[in-house]
Design a protein around this ligand. Sequence first.
Ligand SMILES: NC(=O)C1=CN([C@@H]2O[C@H](COP(=O)(O)OP(=O)(O)OC[C@H]3O[C@@H](n4cnc5c(N)ncnc54)[C@H](OP(=O)(O)O)[C@@H]3O)[C@@H](O)[C@H]2O)[C@@H](O)CC1
Ligand SMILES: [K+]
Length: 511
Amino acid sequence: MKIFSASQIQDADKSTIQKQQISSEELMERAATKLFEWIHARLRGTRVTLKLFCGIGNNGGDGLVLARLLHEHGYTIQVYVVNFSEKRSKDFLLNLERLKSAKLWPDFLNNESELPPISPDDIVIDAIFGIGLNRAPNTWVGNLIMHINNSRAFVLSVDIPSGLPTDKCPWNPDYAIRASYVLTFQVPKLVFFLPETGVFVNQWELLDIGLDPEYLQTTETEFELIGRPEVLPLYRPRLKFSHKGNYGHAIIVGGSYGKIGAVQLASDACLSSGSGLVTAFVPLCGYQAIQTALPEVMVLTDGGEKIISKISFPFEPTVVGIGMGIGVDKITANAFGALLKSMEKPMVIDADGLNILAKHPKMLKDIPELSVLTPHPKELERLVGNWSDDFEKLSKVKAFSTHYNVVVVIKGAHTITVYKDKGFVNTTGNPGMATAGSGDVLTGMITGLMAQGYTSLHAAIFGVYLHGLAGDIGVSEMGYEALKASTIISNIGNAFMELLRQPEAEPQEEN
Ligand SMILES: NC(=O)C1=CN([C@@H]2O[C@H](COP(=O)(O)OP(=O)(O)OC[C@H]3O[C@@H](n4cnc5c(N)ncnc54)[C@H](OP(=O)(O)O)[C@@H]3O)[C@@H](O)[C@H]2O)[C@@H](O)CC1
Ligand SMILES: [K+]
């Protein structure tokens, strides 16, 4: 699903009004009716007070329409107009008049008003600012936002939490609503998924308001949200008359004394993701451990006892995944650098492989094109330098990806795969996966997919999704804390099956 910028959503709005020959006021009515239906379906007339805080633009206008509909259906409501500007929008004013005609008199709040009482049992509807926010809220509006945040009431934000801009980090994080739930119109917003801005959104849901489908389909976006519908077409089915040679031979290179387990996890994950053959390349000390733990995996050893000192293979692998547990010793770094120079096919580089690159930036130019790099935030910082906020991080990664022609997987709660100017935001995964070895498993999975012929970008997008799904299945069986990297591996098969599951047929009515 595409993630549109604020200005693209405004264009979609205009295009809808023009093509569907409806007025902006009708579009507002349509949007607010969707809000109302969502709330009414859940509250079903429950006796609870809804406090609606409405700005003076179209987000506020949505709030006013919602207030009218709630009132018409007998809900107890209190409407506050947050009068932050004299520039009221046309549709706000129209709906203010309609509210008054329905004998509803909002309280007008300004910089001299007392903060209104909000009980933890109230439901707050936050319609102060929408996607039109373009500067920091001023102090009294900020104080009101903090008051709402401190109220412990359930806060339902209309379109986007007020104070949170659509395409950047908030000027003042205290002046942004921390929404319990966001009902967002038509398309998800990028800020819902970034570490610094996602904290303002506990849960979110899309409301389809029928924006111009042609505009939405034909407009290119910088980011895309990756869910099942996006991943399913990337799947490469296995053929009946195929053999293991059709699915590639991956080599996983890594490990050092005390860190052989990382290679074991990556190799196991690589095989479990469908690679035809997997060979682990480890220092001598890892030989027995891997041979014992993974009978299906072949093992090649380096001459070094405890660390990798020279990397060479007696055959040409389909793909190499490298870096987990490998350490950053100078000898290993030299071996790694020599391998980069000799390789032409895309590789997967993780963990200490990335740390070696950060320590020896001259090696960057030798990374084979279309390789996949899988840094966690600290490794990424070592690679691209620090950033002032999540948006600068994204633009630095895009520049890095373009410069070196590599795919970068920014690991996090919503892992983002970046290739050149485009970012793919993952939707699976959970906090239980923040555990030792989880990254080694991901590297193994991406390597295993590339071995089978998935392109680098598809392997990264697909692998990240499947890894998260395997973790989600694991958590559903054992909870967050007990989830281990090996649990993720043992659920890779279930994740494939869940992905490929046919949607359940509608129950047939009996005659
Ligand atoms: N897209 C769609 O298809 C549909 C959208 N709809 C709804 O419209 C919403 C967008 O509405 P909107 O454009 O009127 O902007 P909104 O967020 O209400 O702000 C109002 C104005 O405030 C101003 N302003 C900005 N920052 C400020 C600040 N810090 N302090 C003070 N003032 C500030 C700024 O005006 P300025 O002063 O810069 O000229 C801005 O224009 C959208 O989120 C959704 O809820 C639906 O109704 C139907 C379909
Ligand atoms: K809002």
